[in-house]
Design a protein around this ligand. Structure first.
Ligand code: GLP
Length: 248
């Protein structure tokens, strides 16, 4: 697998390192927007980033607020920011509120759009108009998805509206009272086309539940059955994992 690889004994060291890299990106002026992800892997990352940024002198924190611009990967169809299960609500809770950011600086697909397919195209257009993503933060789905690019998925997959697999609805049930049936059946996601178009990618993998899929990612050639495998050829890929994700 091309790219740089870092492994940390402790999950907290992993999230601290990812927060440091995000902070560097913010300090470097954010020539192109950040690409952000949600999910459990990112909770401690955003916690560590907020702690770092709130420790800055007030003028530096204000400069970060003024240059912030980001696009999230995905959103559930049918959920708006007022729904606690939405990714918009997650971003508000983890970044916008604690950092006092202007909410419009963090863009997500509109889960309440009347035509989700058209919204996916509009959103991809907004990313393109911003010059594409500079640094894309990614978690790894337990079935190998990135964003909500579910298998099978080719490297050219565009931003789109799609049905979520049973495996993904199980994976994400925690935010819906542990009931996979309450996880929305559809989502809007940036495609692999947009993800692979990022200048640089941070793929973050944490915990024993990801050991099986990470082992496949590290050993299998790129194929539609493992959407994250298309990242392998990206020249700006960094893979950051903890020991548990490597299988102990
Ligand atoms: C979710 C999201 C991804 C996320 C991934 C891993 O379904 N769509 O953006 O990175 O799956 O989630 P987690 O970090 O909760 O394991």
């Amino acid at each position: 697998m091309a790219g740089r690889f870092e492994c940390f004994e402790q999950p907290s060291a992993l999230s601290g390192r990812v927060a440091e890299l995000l902070h560097q990106e913010l300090n470097n002026g954010l020539r192109r927007p950040l690409g952000l992800a949600t999910g459990r892997t990112m909770e401690p990352v955003y916690g560590a980033l907020v702690a770092r940024l709130l420790a800055l002198p007030p003028d530096q924190l204000q400069a970060v607020r003024q240059r912030w611009r980001s696009f999230n990967l995905d959103e559930y169809v049918g959920l708006g920011p007022a729904d606690p299960g939405s990714f918009a609500a997650e971003m508000a809770c983890r970044l916008v509120t604690p950092l006092n950011l202007e909410p419009e600086r963090l863009q997500l697909p509109d889960g309440l759009a009347a035509d989700p397919a058209a919204e996916a195209r509009r959103y991809a257009g907004a990313v393109a108009a911003a010059g594409g993503i500079g640094l894309q933060l990614l978690g790894l789905g337990s079935n190998g998805h990135v964003g909500f690019n579910e298998p099978p998925c080719g490297a050219e997959a565009p931003s789109r509206s799609l049905h979520l697999s049973a495996a993904t609805r199980r994976q994400n049930a925690a935010a819906f009272g542990e009931d996979p049936g309450l996880v929305p059946a559809g989502a809007i996601t940036l495609g692999l086309e947009q993800i692979l178009g990022a200048e640089r990618i941070l793929l973050v993998v944490s915990g024993t539940t990801k050991a099986g899929i990470l082992a496949r990612l590290l050993s299998e050639p790129p194929a539609p059955s493992l959407p994250a495998s298309w990242l392998q050829g990206h020249p700006g890929l960094r893979l950051l994992v903890d020991r548990a994700a490597l299988g102990g």
